[in-house]
Ligand binder design. Sequence first.
Ligand code: COI
Length: 368
Amino acid sequence: MSTQGATTADAFERRLTPSPRTEAERAALVAEPTFGVVFTDHMARMTWTVTDGWGARRLEPYGPLQLDPASAVLHYGQEIFEGLKAYRHADGSVWTFRPWANAARFAASARRLALPELSVEDFLGSIEALVDVDAAWVPGAEETSLYLRPFMFASEAFLGVRPARTVEYLLIASPVGPYFSGGVQPVSIWVAEDYHRAGPGGTGAAKCGGNYAASLLPQQEAYQRGCEQVCFLDAATGTLLEELGGMNVMVVRRDGSVVTPALSGTILEGVTRDSVLTLLREGGHEVVERDLPLGEVLEGLRTGEVTEVFACGTAAVVTPIGRLAGEGFDLQVNGGKTGTVTTAVRHQLTAIQYGRAADPHGWMHRLA
Ligand code: COI
């Protein structure tokens, strides 16, 4: 799924707010953005019915939704979402990164959750339309961006368990800084052994709210143990690294090779994951996607065979992991410091995203 051609951006009716935040209010809100707390003046919206398909493309003032208490999403969780970012370049222009990949994943998630697919033209059209009216909300400071959150949910008021016949699509946007409150610093990971994120044949590869809901209790227990994130093991054997609560994981070995769990159907096909693997391969690193036993990583940390571990995702970008803990082990990674491979690939990726480096893959798409 890819289009460099026309999108439906112009079809979004502009029902703009009569009271947008003033420039001074916006500047204060954007100054040091915490992840996902502040939202722009508008949201993009579309409605789907089983009879008419997708329609009613519109931009509306950002605000609360009116929802029937019987809406299916509130009972059965029929919902999916995406995450991507808009970046301000030095010349003031605004760009996004591989939106076609997010559109394709959104469609795949929709299929798995029995929701209607949204075309790439509408996915990208909603982003172009919203960023057009709210472009001033894209921050310009280092490590900041406008986080775009497209999502879709079952809005039909009906308590029977079947796919909903009415569905809402919305896109909201939030000026953000680093995902972790400590900034771009090594984070600690707790490996959960009692809980799994997804099982074979489940929804692990879909970006649906339920996967994240299931990660919250183990995530809470990770916090209680002094860790910022939880790492899940596979449900089938309980021995293989899968992914973190909201990001993929990669391990760097002494010889410079990088190992990451293969896309088995139970982990998310991260856009950042794929981009990082491409950059590493091009940089001469051997990249191996395969089963990654926890035991191998722990042994490697003890012997020095594993030199770095990092997390990657749209929100996390590339985040170093400085500590890996779980029942019966608590190990530092690279002395708790950010490693050179992690630093280099993060730098390379963000240089493309922020327009400081060439974009040989055609990953960037101009929005404003
Ligand atoms: C993202 O990286 O965009 C996500 O959706 C994950 C979440 C932890 C914010």
